[in-house]
Structures are given as structure tokens and as C-alpha cells.
Ligand binder design. Structure first.
Ligand code: ASP
Length: 409
């Protein structure tokens, strides 16, 4: 973060916030008519998605070669895994406590919506997901945006580059280094469009959302939001302060463009280029850490989704009048954690993965139809929490690895 003072309206995070508020108001006023601005949001998302694969590949190769040997990369991976798992577990715990205290589904009269066919098709088993870490064809993984496969292959390229003779190693490091710089510049340019993109995305969502569907689900929404708030505003900032050693207010200001974009797009994958830019350029976390923790985090570290899986499944059980015993709640805890790891960083992925939790405790799959109507709003909130946790993971892992933040926020 630079020390120069600029007029507030020239700061990106204020511009994005204005876009968000303006989009909200436009959606309210224009209603369905807000669909006319939707293409602007699509253009912004397409530009972001365009950068993801080349950015991840170049960033991971540069990051891994800079870290050096495989043992250090392994240590970094181990620390990131400890962070991902423990924060996701804390998130599910917050959800479990809230849903048991508030019991939003008890006595609730909720209309059951039919689950669209396309939703059940996306669901895949956890074993499949593990297998797909190894891409049979790395180019196809890149073309199809299969993130885990892309990450695995890029890591191998980085690790084995370090074993090449010096001259060859340097060629690859220089080439990928230059390519990474190039991608960051394109990212910078796309990010300038974020205020307009966020404006259009918000206007479309608000304009096409029927608010009347909220009424029977208000207590359920409040439970999710309360638990998300507890995790994002209390638990994670405490971790950032005392484990990461960073001031949560300054850090949240630095990464706010990513958080606001995650909110309006409901996709942590699409937000990834912005997240990388914010954490590196604005919060000063070194590339060795961000190149590793963020792409992996956007794919498997989803605190908001983990929490949501648990609250939603328990809510469905309560509406159906099914008593979930303590033993089964442990099962809900574990499957919610696994489902969040398996969920892709795209809109509605968490909703699809709830079927994993429902299956584990023997609840009907159609139960998802109870919560479909309000999923988008909750998706926006949980996606911001997912991205917030990823950015905090960077500060925490950087500290555990002994990397100083270049310019501590
Ligand atoms: N939309 C979320 C994300 O991209 C995933 C989910 O649906 O929970 O992080």
C-alpha cells in the first residue's frame, strides 16, 4: 500500500462500493429492466475468467521455483492445509451452534420448489474429485478450467524446473517470470473495470430477484448470516491479528476490492485474479505464498460454504421433523467439511454439494428445493467469506514460513 494521499473517490475499493450501491439501487428501480445492463457484468466476468488459467500456471511455476526445493514447498503446502482445515472446521462449528440454538426449521412452513435437472447433474463423488487432481491431459485440464489438475501440473513443472541444469532452469524461470508479469498487467487493466462490472452484476441480481420468496425463510437466512458474521467478523480477524500478526482493519481495506467482487459475482474462482492482485500488491504478501495459497484456497478452502452446508442440511432436517442425533451431527460436521472441499468456486456449487450431506444422514435429496429460492443472496455472502478466509490464509502462512510482509498494512 502506498503512503500517498488520494481523493477517496479515486480509490478502487470506494469505486467498487459505489458500483455495488448504485447497482443495488438501479436493480430496485428498474426491476426486470435491469437485464439491459447484464451484458456489462458478463463482460467483466469473462475477462476475469480469461486470465485465471494463464495467471495460475505462471504464478505457481514462478512461486515454486522461487521457494526452491520440494521440502520447502511441502512445508508450505502442509501449513496451508492446516490453515484450510482448521478454519473450515471452525466455520462449520459456528454454523452448528447457530442452527442448534435458533432452530430455524422447527415449525417453518416452506414451499418445496422442484430442483432443476442441471443441478443434480453437477454432483460428483468425493473419490472422483480426488482422482481428478491428476490430469490425464494437462492441456485439457487448462481448457476445461479444471483447477486442481492445473494446480497439480504447474506445481510439478515448478518443482522439476529446479532440478534442471542451471542454464535450462534460468530459461524457464525467466520465461514464466515474464509471462507472469504480463498476466499481472492484464489483471490490473481488467480490475479497473471492476466498479462497472460490480454495478451491472448487482443491478441484475436485485432486478430479477423476487423478494417475496424471502418471507418463509427469514429465520433460516438470519441463522446463516449470523453464523457467517461470527466467523468472518470475529473468528477470522482474531486469527489474522494474533496468528498472522496483521491489523485486520487495514488488511480488510487492502483486500476489499476482492471481497466486494466475490460478493457480487458469487464466484471465488472468477474473483481469483483480483484476489491475487490485492493480496500481493495492496497487502504486500510475497508471491511465493500467494501463488500457492490462493489458487488452492479458491478451490478447496471454503469456510463460508462449509458453514452453509451444515446450516442448510440441519434446517432441512428440522423442516422435515427429523431428529438429528449428536452422532449424526458429527457426521454432518465431517460431510459439510468434505462437501466444501469438493465444491467448485462457482455460483451455486455449495447448493449442489448439500446433497452429499443429505445423503450421509439419510435425508431426501428434494430437500434442496426448500432453500433454492434464497440461495443467490446467501451464495454472495458465503463467497465473500470464502475469499476473506483465503486472503487471511496468505498472511498466516507467510508468518508461519517466516516471510515478512513487504509493506505491512
Ligand atoms: N459460490 C461459492 C464460491 O464460489 C461456492 C458456493 O456455492 O458455496 O466460492
Amino acid at each position: 500500500m502506498s503512503g500517498e494521499t488520494r481523493a477517496w473517490y479515486r480509490e478502487l475499493h470506494w469505486q467498487i462500493l459505489l458500483g455495488l450501491v448504485g447497482g443495488f439501487a438501479t436493480g430496485l428501480v428498474l426491476g426486470e429492466g435491469a437485464g439491459y445492463v447484464a451484458p456489462l457484468g458478463d463482460i467483466f466476468l469473462r475477462l476475469l475468467r480469461m486470465i485465471i488459467v494463464p495467471l495460475i500456471v505462471s504464478s505457481l511455476v514462478v512461486g515454486t521455483t522461487a521457494i526452491g526445493d520440494a521440502t520447502k514447498v511441502g512445508q508450505l503446502g502442509g501449513k496451508a492445509a492446516v490453515y484450510y482445515l482448521s478454519t473450515s472446521a471452525l466455520a462449520v462449528l459456528a454454523g452448528l451452534i447457530a442452527v442448534n440454538l435458533i432452530r430455524p426449521g422447527v415449525g417453518a412452513e416452506v414451499p418445496l420448489e422442484e430442483v432443476p435437472e442441471r443441478l443434480s447433474l453437477v454432483s460428483q463423488s468425493f473419490g472422483d474429485i480426488l482422482m481428478r487432481i491428476i490430469p490425464q491431459n494437462p492441456l485439457r485440464a487448462m481448457v476445461e478450467g479444471d483447477m486442481l489438475g492445473v494446480i497439480f501440473f504447474s506445481l510439478l513443472v515448478g518443482l522439476f524446473t529446479n532440478q534442471l541444469p542451471r542454464e535450462q532452469r534460468n530459461t524457464i524461470v525467466h520465461w514464466f517470470g515474464a509471462f507472469f508479469e504480463l498476466m499481472m498487467r492484464i489483471t490490473d487493466a481488467v480490475i479497473r473495470l471492476a466498479p462497472i462490472g460490480v454495478f451491472a452484476l448487482m443491478a441484475e441480481v436485485v432486478g430479477t430477484m423476487g423478494v417475496e420468496v424471502f418471507a418463509p425463510l427469514l429465520r433460516y437466512m438470519a441463522t446463516v448470516l449470523l453464523a457467517l458474521g461470527l466467523h468472518a467478523l470475529v473468528v477470522l480477524p482474531l486469527l489474522l491479528r494474533y496468528v498472522g500478526g496483521v491489523d485486520p482493519f487495514a488488511y480488510s481495506r487492502a483486500v476489499s476490492p476482492a471481497l466486494l467482487t466475490a460478493f457480487s459475482s458469487a464466484s471465488s474462482s472468477a474473483t481469483l485474479p483480483l484476489t491475487m492482485d490485492c493480496v500481493e500488491s495492496r497487502a504486500g504478501v510475497p508471491n511465493e505464498v500467494t501463488s500457492f495459497v490462493l489458487p488452492l484456497g479458491a478451490t478447496i478452502n471454503m469456510d463460508g460454504t462449509a458453514l452453509y452446508e451444515c446450516v442448510a442440511a440441519m434446517f432441512i432436517a428440522q423442516v422435515y421433523g427429523v431428529e438429528i442425533t449428536f452422532g449424526q451431527q458429527i457426521l454432518v460436521f465431517l460431510t459439510a467439511l468434505l462437501a466444501s472441499i469438493g465444491a467448485a468456486g462457482i455460483p451455486m456449487a455449495g447448493l449442489v454439494m448439500i446433497t452429499v450431506v443429505l445423503r450421509a444422514v439419510g435425508l431426501p435429496m428434494e430437500g434442496v428445493g426448500l432453500i433454492l429460492a434464497v440461495d443467490r443472496v446467501l451464495d454472495m455472502c458465503r463467497t465473500s467469506v470464502n475469499v476473506w478466509s483465503d486472503t487471511i490464509g496468505c498472511a498466516v502462512v507467510a508468518r508461519w514460513q517466516g516471510y515478512p510482509l513487504e509493506d505491512r498494512p
